[in-house]
Design a binder for this molecule. Structure first.
Ligand SMILES: [Zn+2]
Length: 246
């Protein structure tokens, strides 16, 4: 059974039970899923590093790698998708869970990440995490979907040159005759539904900055593709497959 099966149909209660585990157990499960590296060679000495545990306040990750030759320590997050994150694994996974179910608002994440002393993340940090997660979705969708895409459209004259762009297969359906071409099976209902979802998100955000448009389209495509699956599991699996540890 794949280690990812642990995240299958995971709800908030199961997620909290997982996050209650000791940090080494959480890290070891993320390693089994390929989200963190399982071995590390010291770049200076070219010898295998050993697992290393910080003695004080084991916050994320709290454990890492140590070269016994030169005594250099390395983070457990090294080269992983998580290496750019600066917050603890527990609020981070809660935030990813909220993102995967499109429930992440600034107020809810601010509440989730509030420390005992009352401090929490700023709006700018939240926006940075949104951009990072949405950019990842964009990359995942670009890599896995677009190389094999078939483009369906109606017969509007401006679409006629689409087949000249890249390797797209362009099929058309004449809406004055039918809504599904009997020969090519081309139909625009799917893409119209996708546009409707995209425009709904656009309205909910009170507009989308043009620089963030590809990321939001990537995220919407990812959500639509995994609509009937467990999105949290699909998201972690996509991170593992599309951001492999080198
Ligand atoms: Zn070394």
């Amino acid at each position: 059974m794949s280690p990812f099966s642990l995240f299958h149909k995971m709800n908030r209660v199961k997620l909290e039970l997982f996050l209650d585990l000791p940090m080494p157990a959480i890290v070891s499960h993320l390693r089994a899923c390929g989200l963190l590296r399982s071995t590390l060679m010291c770049p200076k000495c070219a010898v295998p590093c050993v697992e290393y545990q910080l003695k004080k306040s084991p916050s994320w990750p709290g454990c890492g790698w140590r070269c016994n030759n030169c005594a250099t320590t390395f983070s457990a997050l090294r080269d992983s998708w998580f290496s750019r994150t600066r917050i603890d694994i527990r609020p981070l996974l809660r935030m990813l869970y909220a993102f995967s179910w499109e429930q992440a608002s600034f107020r809810s994440v601010q509440h989730e990440l509030r420390c005992p002393d009352g401090s929490t993340i700023s709006r700018q940090t939240f926006v940075d995490y949104c951009r990072y997660v949405f950019y990842s979705f964009c990359k995942v969708c670009t890599l896995s979907l677009f190389p094999t895409i078939s483009h369906y459209s109606d017969c509007w004259a401006a679409y006629h040159r689409i087949s000249n762009i890249g390797k797209y297969t362009h099929l058309t359906v004449n809406h004055s005759v039918t809504f599904k071409d009997k020969v090519t099976r081309a139909c625009t209902n799917g893409v119209e539904g996708m546009w409707q979802r995209l425009k709904l998100g656009h309205k909910r955000r009170f507009g989308t900055h043009r620089s963030q448009l590809p990321s939001h389209i990537g995220a919407a495509v990812f959500f639509i593709r995994h609509e009937l699956e467990d999105r949290f599991e699909a998201m972690l699996r996509a991170i593992s497959e599309n951001f492999p540890i080198k």
